[in-house]
Ligand binder design. Structure first.
Ligand code: ATP
Length: 266
């Protein structure tokens, strides 16, 4: 039996004492398993990801209760310093918009070397060589040229795969990917999904993958959770939920996808 790397228990999130935007969510993810999260806009998917990344509990307007255990450590209880070290070391992230993830004034090589040196005891030269190897592993062409480029001169698809490489630099136990393919064209979507599949099979993190695109979830995820209005309304193995949905909202979502013979986003 694979080890549980992420366990979310009875998570509630409220902003400014309004109605909770995440309500009593619980799930667990094992090593090498992908949990896909789907649901309507505003259902709380991104807030859930932010809570797992420990980005919410220190905000005065946000109340977070429950437990988020990464490798057994509760993200919601640890100090800001411990959290900083866990992010990058034990939790990696691929965000939706690669353009905003990189400082436009720092070369890609600078980002990669800084990340590697923050998490490993290595020299700048070793970090450079490791960076080149990481980019090669993500099937990025001409890695030396990429190291010497600024983000504005690279495509969104390339930046997204570079972000995936950086996220995996310290082999984190958990990878959070919130809408990683949304800003990409079909070809770059496929390339990024190839890389995420490779990461899943070779490095075996537990992956939370949020996507509006049910085809993306169907391709990569092992399990799926369907969110509506802050709650998980249905959860299970991908083939089970997609082939025999039980909740009316899941049925609606799946039928909407095929409406008019065209694929639509949920
Ligand atoms: N900073 C904020 N202040 C107030 N409300 C917020 C804030 N951020 C998010 N919300 C609210 O929290 C709820 C959940 O938002 P969230 O971004 O998690 O939804 P989502 O499922 O990721 O949506 P989408 O698919 O459109 O990205 C929404 O009702 C949203 O309006």
């Amino acid at each position: 039996m694979e080890k549980t790397v992420l366990s979310v228990e009875n998570l509630w999130i409220s902003i400014r004492q309004d109605k909770p935007v995440v309500q009593d969510i619980s799930f667990a993810i094992c090593q090498g398993t992908v949990l896909g999260i789907v649901g309507e806009s505003g259902s709380g998917k991104t807030m859930l990801c932010k809570a797992i990344l420990g980005l919410l509990q220190h905000q005065s307007s946000v109340a977070v209760t429950g437990r988020v255990l990464v490798n057994g450590k509760d993200i919601l209880k640890i100090s800001a310093r411990e959290l900083q070290s866990m992010r990058g070391n034990e939790i990696g992230v691929i965000m939706q918009n690669p353009m905003t993830a990189f400082n436009p004034l720092i070369k890609i090589g600078g980002h990669i070397i800084e990340t590697l040196m923050a998490h490993r005891t290595i020299s700048k030269q070793e970090a450079y060589a490791t960076g080149i190897a990481m980019l090669k592993k993500m099937n990025l062409p001409r890695p030396e040229e990429i190291m010497n480029s600024y983000s504005c001169s690279l495509s969104g698809g390339m930046l997204q795969r570079i972000m995936a490489a950086i996220a995996m630099a310290s082999s984190p136990a958990v990878l959070i990917a919130d809408e990683p393919t949304t800003a990409l064209d079909v070809k770059n979507q496929a390339l990024l999904l190839d890389e995420i599949e490779k990461i899943k099979n070779e490095e075996k993190p537990g992956i939370v993958l949020v996507s509006h695109d049910l085809a993306v979830i169907a391709r990569i995820a092992d399990e799926v959770a369907v969110m509506k209005a802050g709650k998980i309304v249905e959860q299970g193995q991908i083939y089970q939920v997609f082939e025999e949905p039980v909740h009316s909202y899941t049925k609606e979502l799946l039928s909407a996808r095929l409406m008019g013979g065209r694929r639509v986003r949920c």
